[in-house]
Write a new protein. Structure first.
Length: 155
């Protein structure tokens, strides 16, 4: 017998909470990546400046998709920079750091997001919410690829 979908008000609360964390992580990482884009210096400037722009642009689109999924589940999406920063719990990067420190910090943030998206994926699977599960799988793939690229830069 197929699993019955749980109601938005009860079974999906955990899924929504997981998505809220992933949304906050995504928004915080977008801000951090934008900061790096603006302030990167040194021999790798052009490559990193362009890579960071591509990354923060992708993160902006992702944040919208995640927020819309939360709304589709009947909940409200978190907002406000302070609320999102508190929910994400990521360390902020100083304005003036080396390119290597920027990359290492962003790598750490992507790894946190992979972990949080994995939790949300598993909660969605438990709730038989295939759409959210698919969204989280896609997000994990993006962040794993970006993490691999950032790691490769640091070698």
């Amino acid at each position: 017998m197929p699993k019955k979908k749980t109601s938005t008000s009860t079974g999906n609360k955990k899924v929504v909470d997981g998505l809220r964390t992933v949304l906050a992580d995504t928004y915080a990482l977008m801000g951090q990546t934008h900061l790096c884009h603006w302030n990167v210096e040194g021999p790798s400037f052009f490559a990193l400046h362009n890579a960071f722009e591509e990354q923060y642009t992708e993160l902006f689109t992702a944040a919208d998709e995640i927020a819309e999924r939360i709304r589709a589940l009947g909940a409200y999406s978190p907002g406000g920079l302070r609320s999102l920063a508190d929910l994400a719990g990521m360390n902020e990067l100083d304005e003036k750091v080396s390119a290597d420190k920027m990359v290492a910090s962003l790598l750490q943030d992507h790894q946190k997001l992979i972990k949080d998206a994995g939790k949300a994926r598993d909660l969605a699977g438990d709730a038989n919410d295939n759409e959210t599960e698919d969204l989280m799988i896609a997000r994990i793939q993006v962040h794993e690829k970006t993490a691999w690229m950032l790691k490769s830069f640091l070698k």
